[in-house]
Write a protein that binds this ligand. Structure first.
Ligand code: SAH
Length: 347
């Protein structure tokens, strides 16, 4: 039975499902979910490409950032935790860039938080010394540096539409022909707001839970979290659910389990939750600002001087990572830290 058939049957028996339930099934259904069966990241035949897949300089600079923050923590034995490491490319570049930092590698326990079995296999090929966890809470206690690139965007969202008569939750149900379709709940009680009819508000319950796990970890032992993702500094009231297949946007309802399904990250919410939990918040700033602050241009120049025949490719990568029409501005970076640490590099 295909995932589509399973969802149709589920809805027939239980009624319409929330967008978050739909997204969770599409991404993580153990038999047919996108990440459980066919994640395709990086390269021309893939569904989408991420910054570490686009340029080795991305992971290298994050490596130097980690080395700097490890020094700021007082060079302890620590967990180097990556949330949603994909093919393990970022961590591989990070470790290469830090191999000459004395004591870094010896003190570092690599923990990969990953639910996808095929991606765990790819990560194990690149990172034989790592250990794996299904969630952040399962990583060993102690000082931690935590990184996550394009992890928050795949946490399922619920969506609420402002109608003339109040709020409605967006749901996935069936039309007369038993085809999956988006619909709306009856009006539900919701907050008073000035939102115009047509406004969509999104919440990500799993994001709230993750920030709670981060909060406990960073209060139990010193550490920092660096999160990089596409999203908004202030929510704009639009529907941001999107599905990508072979680098092309497809209809999220037409391809259950076959496409990568994501939503823009609400960085204002991340900052608000973290500040409420007495964590220090730096950013969000744009990816371009962050990478330039860490010396991306100098790094590209040095690599080009060492290997002039790569100069054009390096320029293209630089453009891809920082240009406003590429990843430079849509992508944001935020850092959450235990209290009483010096400011992090790059902010
Ligand atoms: N960071 C990588 C991959 C981004 S894709 C890169 O930049 O290339 C999202 C990653 O998060 C994948 O590895 C996916 O399997 C993982 N993932 C998605 N939802 C998850 C969850 N709830 N728990 C753990 N890992 C998850």
């Amino acid at each position: 039975m295909s995932l589509r058939e399973k969802l149709v049957e589920h809805i027939r028996e239980n009624g319409p499902m929330t967008v978050a339930e739909y997204m969770g099934a599409c991404l993580h259904d153990p038999e047919d979910g996108y990440y459980a069966t066919r994640p395709a990241i990086g390269g021309a035949t893939a569904d989408f490409i991420t910054a570490p897949e686009a340029s080795q300089m991305f992971g290298e600079l994050i490596g130097l950032w980690c080395a700097h923050e490890w020094e700021a923590l007082g060079k302890p034995a620590f967990n180097l935790i990556e949330l949603g490491p994909g093919r393990g490319v970022l961590m591989e570049d990070l470790l290469r860039a830090t191999q000459r930092i004395e004591g870094f590698r010896d003190n570092c326990n690599i923990v990969l938080v990953e639910t996808s079995a095929p991606l765990r296999d790819e990560q194990a090929d690149r990172l034989p010394d790592a250990e794996w966890a299904l969630r952040l809470d399962d990583a060993p206690p102690g000082p931690s540096l935590i990184i996550g690139n394009e992890f928050l965007d795949c946490l399922p969202i619920r969506q609420f539409l402002r109608g003339e008569d109040g709020w409605h939750e967006k749901l996935v149900g069936l039309d007369e022909a038993d085809t999956l379709t988006f619909g709306l709940s009856a009006a539900i009680p919701g907050p008073e707001s000035d939102d115009e009819p047509g406004t969509v508000r999104e919440i990500a319950p799993a994001l709230e839970a993750l920030i709670y796990e981060i909060e406990r970890r960073l209060h139990d032992a010193p550490g920092r979290v660096l999160l990089i993702d596409y999203g908004y500094v202030k929510p704009e009231g639009a529907d941001t659910l999107q599905a990508l297949k072979k680098h092309t946007k497809v209809d999220p309802i037409e391809t259950p389990g076959e496409a990568d399904l994501t939503a823009h990250v609400d960085f204002a919410r991340v900052a608000h939750l973290a500040a409420n939990a007495q964590l220090a918040v730096h950013g969000p700033i744009t990816q371009a600002q962050f990478l330039r602050g860490l010396g991306l241009e100098l790094r590209a120049d040095a690599l080009a001087r060492a290997n002039p025949k790569h100069a054009d490719r390096l320029q293209r990568e630089l453009h891809r990572l920082t240009s406003p029409d590429q990843m430079g501005e849509l992508f944001k970076v935020i850092c959450l830290s235990s209290p009483n640490l010096p400011p992090p590099a790059g902010f």
